[in-house]
Design a protein around this ligand. Structure first.
Ligand code: ATP
Ligand code: MG
Length: 409
């Protein structure tokens, strides 16, 4: 019979990779909590129009990357391609704005995009992300960026922070007009996709990865020349705060991001280690989105980081507790071995009760194979063996053994 395989672009995350995944999520979670963010656990499936209306009709995500289907009730639904839209929907639907003040939320989980799979790019991938609702102060932008930096620093991942401002929607409209005029002059030299983008989503041309397009956009009008005084002042403040917090950055006037909802601040943390998949975390401000989705006018901002890309960059995992294996030397000691393993686990130790039946030698072999650092042989007494040094110690009293191991690890 033919074997069933996983679907293209989907992954099993196990072994060392699963450890990395958890380490990343837990590190991020600790930092979110330090910054006083609360978790939100979002649905995987949403009404398709949520993404069309937020991410944008003409974006790559909506045009060609979304997993859409009709459910059994005839609803047009989509597997979530990102987390911001759902968080905004929840913020509105659950009336979180009614609490007053501002709201800070983080999420973690799978996202789905029908892209061409390659290293660091999958069809199911995972993100950690956070959103802040109800605050327009540039302090929020700087804090959010610093928080992302803290996460990357804690994971020991070196990146470059690129920032830009897109100004208000009004500013952007004027810029888009000038950009369109410029791009139209070089139509023949732009790739086919960008030729379409001139009409549908001209900002996206700035983000094109094709060399000839990059050459042309190098000389394109710069967004910063079209931005209102107010937006520029905001941007200056953010830069001042980042400097004060010792967060190095470079300004990239071509940074536009692929989603429609951004206004003012946009940022990306990039690496030179992952080829074309060089963005590990990205975000920005989206002051009009809440209103656009039917909520009260609420300034907001957020970011998301790709866990798989972080996994490719994390080098060292924190040391784990050593594995202690308990071996009963004969059937009559099985119950005592079970009890000992149980007592050790109560002391937060990592314990394998060797369940294999057979000779002591075969049990020993198994303990070795699974990476035991210590083995305890259970008979009328307890014999502790250090598998690295070969040292052995005999205990008559179980409590003494438990105490020693508990204090050691
Ligand atoms: P890219 O330009 O690499 O396609 P993007 O602009 O589409 O990224 P966002 O929508 O901003 O990405 O998502 C934030 C982060 O999620 C990215 O910086 C990246 O780390 C990660 N990410 C996005 N798409 C994928 C994917 N298909 N596979 C793995 N990670 C992804
Ligand atoms: Mg993308």
């Amino acid at each position: 019979m033919s074997k069933i395989k996983k679907i293209r672009g989907f992954q099993d995350i196990y072994g060392e990779n699963a450890k990395k995944y958890r380490y990343i999520v837990e590190t991020a979670r600790k930092i979110f909590e330090k910054y006083n963010f609360e978790e939100i656990i979002l649905p995987f499936v949403e009404d398709i129009s949520l993404f069309v209306r937020s991410v944008g009709e003409e974006t790559d995500i909506v045009q060609k990357e979304m997993y859409v289907f009709t459910d059994r009730g005839g609803r047009q639904v989509a597997l979530r391609p990102e987390g911001t839209a759902s968080t905004v929907r929840a913020y509105i639907e659950e009336k979180m704005y009614a609490e007053g003040g501002y709201k800070k939320l983080f999420y973690e989980g799978a996202m789905f995009r029908y892209e061409r799979p390659q290293a660091g790019r999958y069809r199911q991938f995972h993100q950690i992300g956070a959103e802040i609702f109800g605050i327009s102060s540039p302090l929020a932008d700087a804090q959010l960026i610093k928080m992302v930096k803290d996460i990357l620093d804690s994971l020991n991942i070196q990146t470059t922070l690129e920032i830009n401002t897109l100004g208000s929607f009004e500013d952007r409209k004027n810029y888009i007009k000038a950009l369109k005029e410029y791009l139209n002059k070089y139509k023949e030299n732009l790739c086919e996709t960008c030729n379409v983008r001139i009409e549908t989503n001209p900002l996206r041309v700035l983000d094109c990865k094709v060399e000839s397009c990059k050459d042309i956009t190098k000389e394109a009008p710069k967004i910063t020349d079209f931005i209102s005084e107010e937006s520029l002042t905001r941007f200056e403040k953010i830069k001042d705060y980042l400097k004060a917090l010792n967060v190095p950055f470079v300004e990239n006037p071509r940074l536009v991001r692929g989603l429609d909802y951004y206004t003012d601040t946009v940022f990306e943390f990039t690496t030179d280690k992952l080829g074309a998949q060089n963005t590990v975390a990205a975000g920005g401000r989206y002051d009009k989105l809440v209103e656009q989705l039917g909520g009260p006018a609420t300034p907001a901002l957020g970011f998301a980081a790709g866990i798989e890309r972080l996994m490719l960059l994390v080098e060292n995992l924190p040391t784990e507790k050593p594995l202690i294996s308990v071996i009963s030397i004969a059937d009559e000691f099985n119950i005592e071995a079970l009890k000992l393993a149980d007592a050790l686990r109560k002391k937060e130790l990592k314990v394998e009760n060797i369940m294999k039946e057979g000779s002591l030698k075969s049990k020993m072999k198994l303990a070795n194979k699974i990476g035991s650092k210590y083995v305890i042989f259970v008979s009328e007494k307890y014999e502790l063996k250090n598998m690295e040094t070969g040292e052995q110690e005999i205990f008559e009293n179980k409590e003494d053994l438990i105490d020693i191991l508990k204090d050691k690890f």
